[in-house]
Design a binder for this molecule. Structure first.
Ligand code: UDP
Length: 341
């Protein structure tokens, strides 16, 4: 480890050492933004990605790149031996609630079983810091909002369950192997940086699908469910900028930080409010059609991120939805077809 100097970080990250980090899924949406932030803060990054969801053009030019599938345990062992990282940040996963309700095996296989292989390789390599991308979907339908980390975790879809199973494995490995796990339960990741944005080959997320209409790539967007017990009948979510998510990961690398943290802004927006915000930001009159509920969706998910604020010194820099959508809109305008294939 090298000591970082002349790095102006706010909050608690002032004595951070430069760390060599393996980032799985570093060619994906949140992973690419995190890699950019890590490199910007002087860390050394190795991206491991099979490019099934990620994109080669989303790999930061300052990172080393290993094209590898995590199910290739020998390949993972070789990669760890070759690069000798001091920490692992594990983004690589499938993350679609709807798909997990029709193909649960894909989620348990990749998000739980394959991740366990990575974890075993990490432990075998003597690495203690393991930062895991979990989700608010592990809570299921919350007993109360805003949601803090003490709420019971009862997922209502296989995606959330696959992540919760791995959270539990991490806690056992902490007890038994002395692992230092940091579990981040993301609320709804959104927005873009100058260079990296959201491009899924099959897009199911709300904001990019609305922006596709503004780009003239579809006729209208869809509202899944208008009969929820929420102020306007549509689902309420807490949208958090990927740059703010990335910032939390930098803080997670500090020595002695471990545990589970919710990452969200604490503000809930309904699907209708998101569509209205996109109309305002883009200046396009986006058509919306009302459709039945999507299976697996809880009505309201809004974070209390007090623990992350207190223990990590984390404060979201882009909390308002309009600036989040604006950043996504400018990225999509510059990359109307996403990354090149
Ligand atoms: N949603 C919607 N239309 C879409 C995509 C999503 O109404 O085209 C709703 C979805 O049912 C959920 C919210 O928007 O209530 C956010 O969904 P998204 O897939 O973006 O993220 P998730 O909450 O599933 O992680």
């Amino acid at each position: 480890m090298r000591k970082l100097s002349k790095i102006d970080l706010s909050g608690k990250v002032d004595n951070l050492l430069a760390v060599k980090v393996l980032v799985t899924g570093g060619a994906g949406y949140i992973g690419s933004a995190c890699v950019e932030e890590l490199i910007g803060h002087g860390h050394e990054v190795v991206v491991l990605d099979n490019l099934c969801e990620g994109h080669r053009d989303a790999v930061h030019p300052g990172a080393s790149f290993e094209l590898l599938d995590l199910s290739d345990r020998q390949g993972v062992d070789r990669c760890l031996a070759k690069h000798g990282p001091e920490a692992v940040i594990h983004f690589a996963a499938h993350a679609l609630v709807g798909e997990s309700m029709t193909n649960p095996s894909k989620y348990f296989t990749n998000n739980t079983a394959t991740a366990l292989g990575l974890l075993d390789a990490t432990v075998a390599a003597g690495i203690r810091k393991f930062v895991f991308s979990s989700t608010c979907a592990t809570y299921g339908v919350p007993e109360r909002v805003p949601m803090d980390e003490s709420l019971p975790q009862n997922p209502i879809n296989p995606y959330g369950e696959s992540k919760l199973m791995f959270e539990k494995i991490l806690l056992w490995y902490q007890k038994i192997h002395g692992l230092e796990p940091v579990i981040f339960r993301y609320f709804n990741a959104a927005g873009a940086t100058e260079n990296y944005g959201e491009h899924h080959r099959v897009e199911s997320h709300l904001i990019p699908n609305i922006l596709k209409c503004a780009l003239g790539q579809s006729d209208g967007c869809r509202i899944f469910g208008t009969d929820y017990d929420t102020p306007d009948g549509t689902c309420v979510r807490d949208y958090i900028h990927i740059v703010d998510l990335a910032d939390a990961h930098i803080r997670a690398l500090e020595p002695r930080i471990s545990g589970a943290f919710n990452l969200g802004n604490g503000d809930g927006y309904s699907v209708r409010q998101v569509i209205d915000t996109c109309r305002k930001v883009t200046g396009h009159n986006i058509k919306a059609t009302e459709e039945p509920r999507r299976p697996g969706d809880p009505p309201t998910l809004v974070a209390s991120a007090e623990k992350a604020r207190n223990e990590l010194g984390w404060t979201p820099r882009f909390p308002d939805l309009e600036s989040i959508v604006s950043s996504a809109w400018s990225w999509h305008q510059r990359h109307p077809l996403g990354y090149s294939e």
